[in-house]
Design a protein around this ligand. Structure first.
Ligand code: F6P
Length: 357
């Protein structure tokens, strides 16, 4: 038996741990694993791939990125901008299928986020033996309580806040940190709480600059002259606009820049010295945390188990300390957002964090 694996969409700490899990579990069954390069593109004839043996995965657990490469562009991209979903054209699917047949791949493990799993679902519906593994640092897929990469991203946010804290205190400044989180504010909320932020702004909770400036002025009056603000890149400005780098680019709109806007407005309203910092891809790069290594490895092992059971069209899922699976069709297009009235948000407010509302 020979199975394939590919990583698709943005990279994420822990992808190599999934590969490690897949290759190890498959080897135990006497199966061969083919790793396709650069996502689904590696399936296009003549095929760009290599055979992965356990010796090829030695030492990769600790590596960020993916040894297979990945892309969120190309012939198989499901997201084509402004939230639109595209089907992969039949001629491209037919070409990729040639490679699958030539290599006699009997299961294809697709490690990806919402867009890549949408592509996986299309292929499954066209008869391909697809197993999905969820991947997103944003941790916003509804069918899994956690995805690997999120914990690593949060650690990077916390490290950045620890650093901003000392320089902000020294200068009595308001320091604004812009973090990833396209639709969901999980990274901002978890990172903000763990990193001791005073203000956390999320896509899910509309904020007002008056509320934020009153909060900062109150802090000043109490003798706290420095304030740490975390803002998710996908949060809306009070006028409802999302701040983008390039709204007209191909594929998904590139978000970025809200940190500077927030800093400028807070500076204007409070008269305080403010500085902004965009954390950007530092959150995606680098070594995975131990939690992400273990989660990724377990996801890989479960993917092989699903392949052995012939449970195609399913996606690995983590729920309540247990790795299991759900139908891919129940997993895509359904984001898990921060609920404004949730216990976590209430806990943040209880310890004095301002959500801007
Ligand atoms: O979806 C994951 C994510 O990290 C988002 O938080 C971010 O907006 C996007 O990917 C960045 O993508 P790219 O690497 O294409 O700039």
């Amino acid at each position: 038996m020979r199975i394939g694996i590919l990583n698709s969409g943005g990279d994420c700490p822990g992808l190599n741990a999934v590969i490690h899990g897949v290759v190890g579990a498959a080897d135990q069954l006497g199966w061969e694993v083919i790793g396709f390069r650069d996502g689904f593109e590696g399936l296009l004839p003549p095929g760009d791939y290599s055979v992965l043996k356990p010796k090829d995965t030695i030492g990769i657990l600790k590596l960020g990125g993916t040894i297979l490469g990945t892309t969120n562009k190309g012939h198989f991209a499901a997201k084509v901008g402004k939230g639109d979903i595209a089907e992969v054209p039949p001629e491209i699917v037919a070409k990729a299928k040639q490679t699958m047949e030539q290599l006699e791949i009997s299961a294809l493990i697709v490690v990806g986020g919402d867009g890549s799993l949408t592509t996986g679902l299309q292929l499954y519906r066209e008869g391909w033996p697809i197993i999905g593994v969820p991947k997103t640092i944003d941790n916003d897929l509804s069918a899994t309580a956690f995805t690997f990469g999120f914990d690593s991203a949060v650690s990077t946010v916390v490290d950045a806040l620890d650093r901003l804290h000392t320089t902000g205190e020294s200068h009595k400044r308001v320091m604004v940190l812009e973090v990833m989180g396209r639709h969901a504010g999980w990274i901002a909320l978890w990172g903000g709480i763990a990193g001791g932020a005073n203000v956390v702004l999320l896509p899910e909770i509309p904020f007002s600059f008056e509320k934020i400036s009153d909060f900062i002025n109150d802090r000043d009056a109490q003798g706290y002259h420095s304030t740490l603000v975390v803002v998710a890149e996908g949060a809306s400005m009070p006028d409802g606009n999302i701040v983008t780098i390039d709204a007209n680019c191909a594929g998904e709109v590139r978000l970025g820049g809200i940190g500077e806007r927030v800093a400028a407005r807070i500076g204007h309203l409070t008269g305080k010295d403010t500085r902004a910092c965009i954390l950007g891809h530092l959150q995606r790069g680098g070594s995975p945390t131990s939690l992400d290594r273990i989660l990724g490895m377990r996801f890989g092992v479960m993917a092989v188990k699903l392949a052995a059971e012939g449970a195609f069209g399913r996606m690995v899922s983590y729920q309540a300390y247990h790795v299991d699976s759900v139908l891919i069709e129940e997993a895509v297009h359904q984001l898990r957002l921060v609920q404004p009235d949730s216990e976590l948000v209430q806990a943040a407010k209880a310890v004095g964090i301002c959500l801007g509302d």
